[in-house]
Write a protein that binds this ligand. Structure first.
Ligand SMILES: Nc1ncnc2c1ncn2[C@@H]1O[C@H](COP(=O)(O)OP(=O)(O)OP(=O)(O)O)[C@@H](O)[C@H]1O
Ligand SMILES: [Mg+2]
Length: 439
């Protein structure tokens, strides 16, 4: 992509409305535009990151055996009356009427709809286990939308729903999602800690929130520092095998949100030097809720003995759009964003330090062509800004690799390679640059 033809509306000034660094940087880097309180347009740079995150979530869901579908954003109120949640949900639900005065709502979550789909088709325990997910926009009319995409009203969520014949099988499904979440967040360069959590309006009695530690987070948390150093399963983890050793390892170290924190247990289990009381950002939550929805909505299957039994369910959310903010909270410095490679909007940015100089232009064009041919995502700064401004933009938008191309280096056939994460610079022969930068 040539920056001269791209749409990257960088802001020079710090936007006053942004209270936290991720919101400020997303606005300054031209990623996001507020259209109404808690409702945003994703500008091209932000959209690229959102799609990268979505794809990692998708790959890890698929690896764990979940199956993607897509449900609509609008749902019938009557469906929610079946579970009793239409009245229970309160003012956070956006209620809409169509031209026939039929009551609809913009889905804040999808337990009812997926249960309706499930019960229409699945009649026997032999079709289980089943886990269906989608990645779809949600609406919650939050009382205090704030912090940009962290607490929006419209936001992108991955939500998966598992169906099992009994509690033991449902726990296996829960464990698969637990492990998939460990992998998902680690791939994005995040340390997200599973913490015991309250179940809230979803219901049920077993739940973990995955929390990225950050002072600006909205959740209070208590944990044993040892939990920060536990190993994340690699991509060869066998989802059909026994996952309980992994779950035991992660859940035997104390980690809880303030809602379910037990002070006495914490003090007896966690040595004083290991106690960590801080704040964090909830990037995902998993629930096992038993037969809550299958009882009320009559989602039964014929069990092995032929009798009808209500299925045991779980639901599993990831805040896809919130993750963009959470990653920036965890990965930035005074100059801007530092994208982890897996979620970066571009892998490489070429800075032409003397636009209009024939040799410099030619070297940049050559490198741009070579990298593009190798399938590398490149942003080529071919604008007529001065070098200082190009450096500042590149640092602000946080592309992992910067290639500085100017007449001085080229006189010796060299370019400068800068790594955004640690600022380290290296002089590399122009002829070798493309090979070095291919992943
Ligand atoms: N208003 C929001 N804006 C952006 N992401 C959100 C919002 N509400 C929830 N999410 C994300 O969706 C995930 C799954 O939704 P869940 O129902 O667990 O949210 P929640 O517990 O109500 O979130 P919170 O406690 O932050 O309000 C959350 O873990 C979070 O990452
Ligand atoms: Mg939650």
């Amino acid at each position: 992509m040539r920056l001269s033809r791209y749409f990257l509306p960088i802001l020079k000034e710090n936007p006053k409305e942004a209270e936290i660094v991720s919101h400020r940087l997303m606005l300054r880097a031209g990623m996001l535009r507020q259209e109404a309180a808690g409702i945003y347009a994703w500008l091209p740079l932000g959209h690229r990151v959102l799609k990268k995150i979505e794809q990692i979530v998708r790959e890890e869901q698929n690896r764990a055996g979940a199956i993607e579908l897509l449900m609509p954003t609008l749902q019938l109120a009557d469906l929610w009356r079946e579970s009793g949640r239409y009245d229970a949900y309160g003012p956070e639900m956006l209620r809409i009427a169509d031209r026939h005065k039929r009551e609809l709502l913009y889905g804040p979550t999808n337990e009812e709809m997926i249960t309706e789909i499930f019960r229409a088709y699945v009649k026997s325990y032999k079709s289980l286990p089943l886990n269906l997910y989608h990645i779809q926009w949600k609406f919650r009319d939050e009382q205090r939308p704030r912090f940009g995409v962290m607490r929006g009203r419209e936001f992108l969520m991955k939500d998966a729903y598992s169906f099992d014949v009994d509690e033991a099988a449902a726990r296996k499904s829960y464990n698969k999602m637990f492990v998939a979440y460990l992998r998902t967040f680690a791939r994005m360069g995040l340390k997200a800690i599973p913490m015991r959590a309250e179940t809230g309006p979803i219901g049920g009695d077993l739940s973990h929130e995955f929390i990225v530690l950050a002072e600006t987070g909205e959740s209070g948390v208590y944990c044993d520092k040892d939990v920060l150093n536990l190993p994340v399963p690699d991509q060869n983890v066998d989802y059909d095998g026994d996952l309980t050793p992994i779950i035991k390892q992660w859940t035997s170290v104390y980690a809880a949100t303030e809602d379910v924190h037990e002070a006495a247990r914490y003090e007896s289990e966690v040595p004083e030097a290991n106690r960590l009381q801080t704040r964090g950002i909830e990037v995902g939550q998993i629930f096992y809720f038993g037969t809550k929805y299958s009882d009320s909505m009559k989602a039964n299957v014929a069990g092995p003995d032929g009798t009808d039994t209500p299925i045991h369910g779980g639901s599993y959310g990831v805040g896809v759009s919130r993750l963009v903010g959470a990653i920036i909270e965890a990965c930035h410095d005074d100059n801007g964003i530092i994208w982890p490679e897996e979620v970066a909007p571009f892998r490489v940015t070429i800075l032409n330090l003397k636009q209009g100089d024939a040799a410099t232009d030619a070297a940049c064009e050559q490198l741009y062509k070579e990298l593009t041919a190798k399938g590398v995502d490149v942003l080529y700064d071919d604008t007529d800004q001065r070098a200082g401004a190009k450096f500042a933009t590149a640092d602000l938008i946080g592309i992992p690799w910067q290639v500085h191309v100017g007449p001085r280096g080229l006189a010796e056939g060299k370019i400068e390679l800068k790594r955004r994460s640690d600022g380290s610079k290296e002089s590399v022969a122009l002829a070798e640059a493309a090979a070095r930068l291919a992943p």
